[in-house]
Structure formats: structure tokens, C-alpha cells
Write a protein that binds this ligand. Structure first.
Ligand code: NAD
Length: 523
């Protein structure tokens, strides 16, 4: 086996690989040279310098693994690799401890004003009384997002004897209790925490998650730390809050624009800034190299690596049959992620009709899990890791088969139970993916564009009132379907609309008479 190391990685990773493979270290190789030589290699290791383009992948006739010694894979054409059946692996856990330690460092620095005290001493002053700090002992730490990094912060904060509150709508109270933390809503966390540290991905949901309203709820002595992604904390609101003593201080490792250009935040003494170095330690780089070396060795020895971002699956005959249902499954997962609230406890999938005879339906279940989990996690959930991620999050997944398929060739039935509600979907594929039942009401909708689903009491005027409400906000209804089981009973309305629907409009719909619930979905 031959491995080319195209970017510099830790020596230990290289020596581990040398035990099982012929290794070429070519850390200044040009893109043209790489295309030329890649055909000789079974695996390539990169960091961020080398781009593994479609051209490189197509030239790599023996290539089995592309390994990124780090987290992001922006420099790898994952789609091209998947099409050629090449595994793309990375080392997502390599930076977790490093980032958690940086967050703790910023926390201590804020509590004891270390950074400004340092500047003061170096400028020739000795202002002991100016730098009165606080202890972290017995203080309340609010952690927003308890994934890989948030969990490492928990372990470290406990050693400081801090009480820990967590806001993560995808973590159950039980899972929190096992970690010795209290899972609370965001408002409680904001109100009660002395220090708040952010560890969520940047998504449409988390953009400006901490803005003016949130800072007003916080204690006026509270510190906020963002080592996750710029944009999660609203920088204009933060400037106002720091300038006007609405909160006590903040530390940012990440900015909305990097480097921050002429940001007024940088003039403030109660703002501590680092240049996106949360993951920059020798150990994180070493671990990334060791993890990917180990993964490559596993592949060469015929085992299953843990961090595969893509997974070439099935022979081509089965793939052709399953392909439409893979698309449908992904859409059904995404539908559920958007339509349900609370943390998911159970996911039951039933394959009906011809699908019940097919081998490897679990690929469809994994694809649904991808649709559910991908929007909420930083690292891509893939067909390999989806079940273990679900299990770690306390989601019990069950699969069943049924010959009967209600007149369709195949139906996939998906039922989700969360700690707050239950939701069911039936989907099929007839020329295109279709949802044919929502909560046991028959519908016929293609999951695409923007949809609004409303649950309401079937009383005269309700449908019209909802339409009028959307119209008031310039939202045009393209199609509408309603389903009910009995006159005057509970009913469901599915609207396809031409514009995105802001959450504020959905909130207005929810408050209308006879409306029980409403949600907007984007596909
Ligand atoms: P992760 O995917 O392991 O965990 C993210 C957690 O956030 C999950 O538990 C998820 O349930 C939760 N979450 C998702 N949406 C949420 C929401 N709306 N509200 C509350 N919780 C929500 O990710 P991770 O590896 O722990 O990374 C966390 C963050 O750190 C990411 O933004 C990542 O990009 C960033 N990061 C920064 C650096 C750096 O150099 N500063 C380095 C690595 C990672």
C-alpha cells in the first residue's frame, strides 16, 4: 500500500503509517504534480493547503482513502470521491479538548482580568485595586450546545466546582443528568448564569442566537464567551451591551468577519479577543495526524474506520432501485427535524410493499437520521456514523416491515416521539418523492420549497383567516390541502407558499383562534 502525505502533519502519524505502508512525504507538491503522481497511491493525507479536486480524484485510479488531518473538508471534493467510491475521513474529535481548554482559559482571563492586567503592568503601571476579579468557584456556568466541545467544557468546569446549566434542545434531561448538568431552556440559562460559553454550530437557527434581548436577560455581571463560530453572538448588540454595562464582559475567539475590520469591539477593555486560535495546539495537530493514520491503517487492514464522511454503499443494481427512496428518506428526515419540537426519544420506521423485500433498508433509516441530525450538528452526519450518533443522543431507532402498502408500490412510514410531541409521516415515490400522510391525515405533497403546516379546529372561517394572515405579510399561497377526520374536529392544513415565512409570522398564526400549532418547513 502506498500513501502520499501532501501537507505537513505530525511525525508520529507518519511513523505509524510507515509501519504498514510505503509513505511519500511531498509537502510542497503542486496541484499539477499531484494530478500526475496520484495514480500510484492508495491513500492521500492532507491538511488545508492541498486541494483534493475532482481532477485529482479522477486521476487517482488506485485511491481508496482521502484523509484530512483535521476537521473541515472544504478542500476535498467529497461528492467526486463518493461517486468514485473513495472514503473521505477526517478527525473531528481532534480539536475538542483544545477548544474546551481555550474556553476555560478565556473564562479565567475574564474572571481575573488577566489580559488587561498584563497590558497595564507592561505599560509600567501597578494598579492592584483596578484588577479586582471574581472566583469561578460556586459560580453558574451556562453552556450553549453540549456536543463534543461543550461536553469537554463540562468536565473541566466541574473541576472548578461550578454549577452547570446546559441549553441544547437536542439533549435530553436524562442525558444531562448523566453528565451531572441541568438541561434548561435558553431563558433560564441566560438569567441564571455567571458565565455563558457557546459551543453550537452556526446555522440559520443559531445565527444571532445571542442578541440584544438575550443580553438584557443576562446578569449585568455575566461574561459571555464564543469559541464556536462568528455570527452566533450579534456583535453590534454585544458592543452596545459591553459599552453600557448591560453585561460584565465577553471573550471572542471567532468573529462575524475575520479578521475583524475596524470593529469598535476591539477598543473595549471588557472585550477579550483571540484570533480564532481555539483549535491551535500542538496536541490537536498531533491527535489529528494520529487519528487519520490510525483510520488509514484500519482501512488497509480491512476494518471499518469511524470517521467516514461519505460511504460508498450497495452494488449498482440495488443502488438504482433504492436511489429514489434515498431521496425520499432524506426529505422525510429533514421534514421531521423541522416539524417536531423537543428532543427525540423514539424513531420508528416501517418499510411497506416492495421495499420490505429489499436488502439493506437500514441505509434508508440512516439517510433519514442524516436528514434529522445534519442540521443540528457541526460535523456532517454520514451513513456510517448516523446510528451511533443517534444512540449517543438517546434516540431509540426501530425498524419494521409490512407487505401491505395501501395501494402504492412502496411506502415508508416514519413516526417520531419527542419529549414534547409525536409526529408521523408516510412517504412514497411516484415519479418524485411525495408525502402522502401527515399525522394520519391523507395529503399529497412534494417536499420542496417552503411549506406551512397548521393544525386547527375545523370551524368555519379558520382556513380563510390563516390565508388572510399570510397575505397580510405578503406571503402568497401556491397550493393548499386540508385533511380532517370529522366535521368540527381536529384538522390539518398544508400550504405551499412562494416566499420564506419568518418565525414571527408563524408565531402570529399560532396565536389565532382555533389554531393549535403551525410550523414552516424549507426544503
Ligand atoms: P458538535 O456537533 O459536537 O456539537 C454541537 C452541539 O450543538 C450539539 O450537541 C447540538 O445538539 C447543539 N445544537 C445544535 N443546534 C443548537 C441550538 N439551536 N441550540 C442549542 N444547541 C444546539 O460540535 P463541536 O465539535 O462541539 O463544535 C462546536 C462549535 O465549535 C462549532 O461551531 C465548531 O465550528 C466550533 N469550533 C471552533 C473552533 C475554533 O477554532 N474556535 C474549533 C473547532 C470547532
Amino acid at each position: 500500500m502506498k500513501v502520499i502525505i501532501a501537507d505537513s502533519i505530525n511525525e508520529k502519524g507518519i511513523s505509524d503509517l510507515k509501519e504498514v505502508a510505503e509513505v511519500t512525504v511531498a509537502t510542497s507538491i503542486t496541484p499539477e504534480e499531484l494530478v500526475e503522481v496520484i495514480k500510484e497511491y492508495d491513500a492521500i493525507v492532507v491538511r488545508s493547503r492541498t486541494k483534493v479536486t475532482r481532477e485529482v480524484i479522477e486521476a487517482g485510479s488506485k485511491l481508496k482513502v482521502i484523509a484530512r488531518a483535521g476537521v473541515g473538508v472544504d478542500n476535498v471534493d467529497v461528492q467526486a470521491a463518493t461517486e468514485k467510491g473513495i472514503m473521505v475521513i477526517n478527525a473531528p474529535e481532534s480539536t475538542s479538548i483544545t477548544v474546551a481548554e481555550h474556553s476555560m482559559g478565556l473564562m479565567m482571563s475574564l474572571a481575573r482580568k488577566i489580559s488587561i492586567a498584563d497590558k497595564s503592568v507592561k505599560s509600567g503601571q501597578w494598579e492592584k485595586s483596578k484588577f479586582m476579579g471574581i472566583e469561578l468557584n460556586n459560580k453558574t456556568l451556562g453552556i450553549v450546545g453540549m456536543g463534543r466541545i461543550g461536553s469537554q467544557v463540562v468536565i473541566r468546569a466541574k473541576a472548578f466546582n461550578m454549577e452547570i446549566l446546559v441549553y441544547d434542545p437536542y439533549i435530553s434531561k436524562e442525558a444531562g443528568a448523566e453528565m451531572g448538568v441541568s438541561v434548561v431552556d435558553l431563558e433560564t440559562l441566560l438569567k441564571e448564569s455567571d458565565v455563558i460559553t457557546i459551543h453550537v454550530p452556526l446555522t440559520p437557527e443559531t445565527r444571532h442566537l445571542i442578541s440584544t434581548r438575550e443580553m438584557e436577560i443576562m446578569k449585568n455581571t455575566a461574561f459571555i464567551i464564543n469559541c464556536a463560530r462568528g455570527g452566533i453572538v450579534d456583535e453590534d448588540a454585544l458592543y452596545y451591551a459591553l459599552k453600557n454595562d448591560i453585561i460584565g464582559g465577553a471573550a471572542l475567539d471567532v468573529f462575524e468577519s475575520e479578521p475583524p475590520q475596524e470593529s469598535p469591539l476591539l477598543e473595549l477593555d471588557n472585550l477579550l479577543a483571540t484570533p480564532h486560535i481555539g483549535a491551535s495546539t500542538a496536541e490537536a495537530q498531533r491527535d489529528a495526524a494520529l487519528i487519520v493514520a490510525n483510520e488509514i491503517i484500519t482501512v488497509f487492514q480491512g476494518g471499518s474506520p469511524r470517521n467516514v464522511l461519505n460511504m460508498p454503499v450497495m452494488d449498482s443494481k440495488n443502488f438504482k432501485i433504492m436511489k429514489p427512496y434515498l431521496d425520499l428518506s432524506e426529505k422525510m428526515g429533514s421534514f421531521m427535524e423541522q416539524a417536531t419540537s423537543g428532543n427525540i426519544k423514539n424513531m420508528d420506521v416501517t418499510y411497506c410493499g416492495e421495499l420490505s423485500e429489499m436488502p439493506q433498508q437500514d441505509i434508508l433509516t440512516r439517510t433519514m437520521l442524516q436528514g434529522i441530525l445534519n442540521p443540528i450538528l457541526t460535523e456532517p452526519v454520514n451513513l456510517v456514523n448516523a446510528p451511533s450518533i443517534a444512540q449517543n443522543r438517546g434516540i431509540i431507532v426501530t425498524e419494521g416491515k409490512r407487505c401491505e402498502s395501501e395501494g402504492y408500490k412502496c411506502i415508508i412510514k416514519l413516526e417520531i416521539k419527542t419529549d414534547k410531541d409525536e409526529f408521523s409521516l408516510d412517504g412514497t415515490y411516484v415519479d418524485e418523492p411525495k408525502i402522502i400522510k401527515i399525522n394520519n391525515y391523507w395529503v399529497d405533497v412534494k417536499p420542496e420549497g417552503t411549506m406551512v403546516i397548521a393544525k386547527y379546529q375545523d370551524l368555519p372561517g379558520t382556513i380563510g383567516a390563516i390565508g388572510t394572515k399570510l397575505g397580510e405579510h405578503e406571503i402568497n399561497i401556491a397550493t393548499m390541502q386540508v385533511g380532517r377526520k370529522e366535521v368540527g374536529g381536529e384538522a390539518i392544513m398544508v400550504l405551499k407558499v412562494d416566499q420564506s415565512v419568518p418565525q414571527s409570522v408563524i408565531d402570529e398564526v399560532k396565536k389565532m383562534d382555533h389554531v393549535e400549532d403551525a410550523v414552516a418547513l424549507e426544503f
